[in-house]
Design a protein around this ligand. Sequence first.
Ligand code: ATP
Ligand code: ZN
Ligand code: MG
Ligand code: MG
Ligand code: MG
Length: 501
Amino acid sequence: MDLEFDLSASFRTSADASAARDTLESLFNDAENLLSKGAPEGQGARIAHWNVEEDRINLQILSGRYVRAHDAVLRLRKKIAPELGKKFHVGIRGIEVHSFTIKIPSEADLKEIKIPFVTNMEYKDGSILLTLDVTESEIEKRIPDRILTLIEDKIAALTYGGKAEHWNLLWQSEEKKQPFKLDPTQEMMKRGWIKRGASRGQWIHGPQSTRLFRAFEKIVVEELLEPLGYREMMFPKLIPWEVWKKSGHAKGVYPEIYYVCPPKTRDPEYWEEISDYYKVTHEVPVSRIKEKIGDPIGGMCYAQCPPFWVFLQGETIANDQFPIKVFDRSGTSHRYESGGIHGMERVDEFHRIEILWTGTPEQVTKASNQLQEKYKHIFNNILDLEWRMAWVTPWFMAQEGLAGVSQQNDVGTIDYEAPLPYRGKDGEWLEFQNVSVNGNKYPSGFNVKCQSGEELWSGCSGVGLERWASVFLAQKGLDPEGWPEEFRKIVGEIPEGFSFL
Ligand code: ATP
Ligand code: ZN
Ligand code: MG
Ligand code: MG
Ligand code: MG
């Protein structure tokens, strides 16, 4: 069984259309071609019933997946409107939808959800029956198609729901002896390298761990970014909805966003009662503040690359500019992570170098391979880590709430993972960075074109400094004597911290 659309609607006419009945009859009888254009043999839409009732032409249209009932009604309007106008001086004022249902085969029911324009959702005899409340305007905006896609995605998710992300090992280093068995976050706290920040999942780094982070950055810059010709830029860190709509994040990151609301006005008088309240009570009147701020305009940086694309948005770029290779390390990223106290490896505020490149598919794949080579050198020869690479669900699919992998070869994400010895032999490995080839997703989302007209692809790689530190310290400990010689040369002396009485 396949999809079934059942639409009852009327064309509202500017005058009584009874006189046109015979003309309509022959038009509708001849509509088979029109309603099956683009569909496989015998799978077009059909008019199950019609009549004229003064200034209404009533229709019931049934269809399957191909020429959908709501498309069929638009095709019919286009066909009959000129005839009615020419012969009868009757215009079509609009389409009224009386009832619209879509039957979607599914092996199981979906949990109850609220979907705009869906008034009822019912599971019966192996199908989900949706009742839609839409008008002409929604039909023209193709909203029924989006509802169908949404439901089909949810049905598909039932089969992989609960399963972990896709994961496929690509490369693994040899096993290493791991004599250090302590949790580095705990050790860093004991030694006064870090303290918890006042906000959730936030750390304050003392001079010691700051030196370590800067050493990691130096490695990335000198071993990888400079030799491969990446140029530093500074991307914005407050991301409006407009950007997340184009990057696809608007489809799924809501549970993890730190939302940003601006004040309704910056007039000090408007805010005076808030300051006064605080001065008198020493309490911040949060609920009153809520009334004085606007709707969220977006959120704090979640993934670093989306705001970069506004720089290229709408541009056509000369061929000789490609591949474009840039990076950003100008600020923090923020995610509302799952509850519970985590160490430095999972934080709500983190530091990441985001590396980003765009060009032809060949250029983009090549840049990804070059980065992979450099990373391998860094992790094997400078940091001396135990680690592995795995082909996983592309981050952009994960962040849209999807599982699986891209249909396109070469498009996808490589996660870099490492064991944390304090978690024990079977402990979960930590994702400490990734390298992704994102296909045409961003250039197409942000309408960026290449002079030659060739398709543009892009890639990105997020180097999480907290993650690098977590892996390195978990495997090597906090004493520089235990660190690889190559790394010690780069990091130099770890500065003294502060002591408290
Ligand atoms: P995880 O699976 O651990 O939640 P993720 O897949 O959500 O990570 P990405 O969206 O792929 O993370 O972000 C790219 C990189 O950013 C990660 O590989 C990691 O280095 C870093 N990162 C992401 N979330 C955090 C976090 N909460 N704390 C520290 N670093 C993070
Ligand atoms: Zn990115
Ligand atoms: Mg995550
Ligand atoms: Mg990831
Ligand atoms: Mg992940």
